[in-house]
Ligand binder design. Structure first.
Ligand SMILES: [Zn+2]
Length: 207
């Protein structure tokens, strides 16, 4: 633990300092597909992109990190029902929202880690763009204020339901950049628009 800390801290700082509103870090060079990501000038930066697990067991990064000031509103990326809202040591305050099915009948859910505060409870229905918490750095796996955001799709019809409360079973973690309301790679701030529930708006408030 003692030896890991400086490395974790440096990673966090580079994510914070190098990118400002309206920017995104490049994809890891071996990540395919890699989207051309356009971030609106008023949107907090993407400090880490999705990266599938490499062969030979290297861990991936199964979502997006959005880095900005602690306390910034975190928003539901699409309408749905809160299926999990709790705190645990590793990822801190977390919320999971189930959004129903996409056009091929596969259930979709989104996940929000490291929240400073949670403003929703399990079973609660939320609208697109509704505030569900505030951005933070809770949990041992966070070393600077950011939201770790994931987009999950069922591996087969009904797989998610059969897995019960186990959020990681019956799903695959997909690159969120594929599912923005305005199209792949086109980060879409929430501005009151409506869209299909499997298409997402930015999970952090834009300016
Ligand atoms: Zn992350």
């Amino acid at each position: 633990m003692r030896h890991l800390m400086p490395m974790i801290l440096l990673t966090g700082l580079s994510g914070c300092l190098a990118y400002d509103y309206g920017t995104a870090v490049p994809y890891h060079r071996h990540t395919e597909p890699a989207f051309a990501v356009a971030v609106p000038a008023n949107a907090p930066p993407i400090a880490q992109q999705f990266r599938p697990p490499a062969e030979r067991g290297a861990p991936g990064h199964m979502g997006l990190d959005v880095a900005t000031t602690k306390g910034t509103p975190v928003l539901a990326a699409a309408p749905g029902v809160v299926t999990q809202s709790f705190s645990e040591p590793a990822y801190g305050n977390r919320v999971i929202i189930e959004h129903g099915k996409d056009s091929s009948g596969l259930r979709i859910q989104t996940l929000y880690f490291h929240l400073d505060t949670r403003l929703v409870s399990e079973g609660q229905r939320v609208a697109r763009g509704q505030q569900i918490g505030t951005l933070g750095e809770t949990g041992l796996l966070s070393s600077y204020p950011h939201l770790h955001f994931e987009y999950h799709r069922e591996t087969a019809r009904g797989a998610r339901i059969r897995s019960g409360k186990n959020w990681w079973q019956g799903i695959e973690q997909r690159d969120p950049n594929a599912y923005w309301v305005n199209g792949p790679g086109r980060v879409t701030c929430y501005t009151g628009q409506s869209a299909p529930a499997d298409k997402i708006t930015y999970p952090v408030a834009c300016r």
